[in-house]
Write a protein that binds this ligand. Structure first.
Ligand code: AR6
Length: 180
């Protein structure tokens, strides 16, 4: 049987997302879209001041929504900015908002006809989302995008810390076993 997802692929890598060569990298931003620390700070530093200038035109962005800009000095052609949820107790719509961040970013990939995208582990740093639960949502949303949208795309997860890297490997393995 020909699988629907035959042209799509999910990759897990350890590293720094600012050096990725995919068509787009995703930024775990805040609602101002005007930069910050963590991966956001690293992306703005590597991209140069043009990125901040372009981000100003959005006048911010709500958690779970996403906006696309050029990549400036990055190797990636585009940056997709999405503020994930700030984790409180897990009962304040955090899972839905995190899922929306991944889903809306992937919809921008499709709308802009991009072929590859790299994600960091959104909300698992300063925003303190538990890493296991966040990885489940990231992988589950990527798989469901591939299944539902039937859009061929290479989705990479670039993990900066060992914990997240190991959690993602295990979560993807579990998901594969569930699907077969
Ligand atoms: N490449 C890939 N992943 C990275 C990199 C990098 N260069 N640097 C850090 N990470 P965080 P959040 C990982 O705090 O939790 C900012 O100030 C890091 O190990 O960057 O969504 C924004 O402006 C962690 O697993 O983002 C917001 O105010 C993951 O990226 C706030 O932080 C996310 O950590 C957003 O918090």
């Amino acid at each position: 049987m020909l699988r629907k997802d035959i042209f799509s692929c999910i990759t897990i890598k350890k590293g720094d997302i600012t050096t990725e060569t995919s068509d787009a990298i995703v930024n775990a931003a805040n609602t101002s879209l005007l930069g910050g620390g963590g991966v956001d700070g690293a992306i703005h530093k590597a991209a140069g001041p043009g990125l901040l200038e372009e981000c100003r035109k959005f006048n911010g962005c709500r958690p779970g929504e996403a906006r696309i800009t050029a990549g400036y000095n990055l190797k990636a052609k585009f940056v997709i900015h999405t503020p994930g949820p700030i984790y409180k107790d897990g009962k304040s719509s955090e899972p839905e908002i995190l899922r929306s961040s991944y889903w809306n970013s992937l919809m921008l990939v499709k709308e802009n006809n991009l072929k590859s995208v790299s994600f960091p582990a959104i909300s698992t740093g300063v925003y303190r989302y538990p890493k296991d639960a966040a990885a489940e949502i990231a992988i589950e949303t990527a798989v469901s995008f591939i299944e539902k949208e039937e859009y061929p795309v290479d989705i990479s997860f670039i993990l900066f810390d060992n914990d997240n890297y190991e959690i993602y490997i295990k979560t993807l393995e579990d998901k594969k076993n569930e699907l077969h």
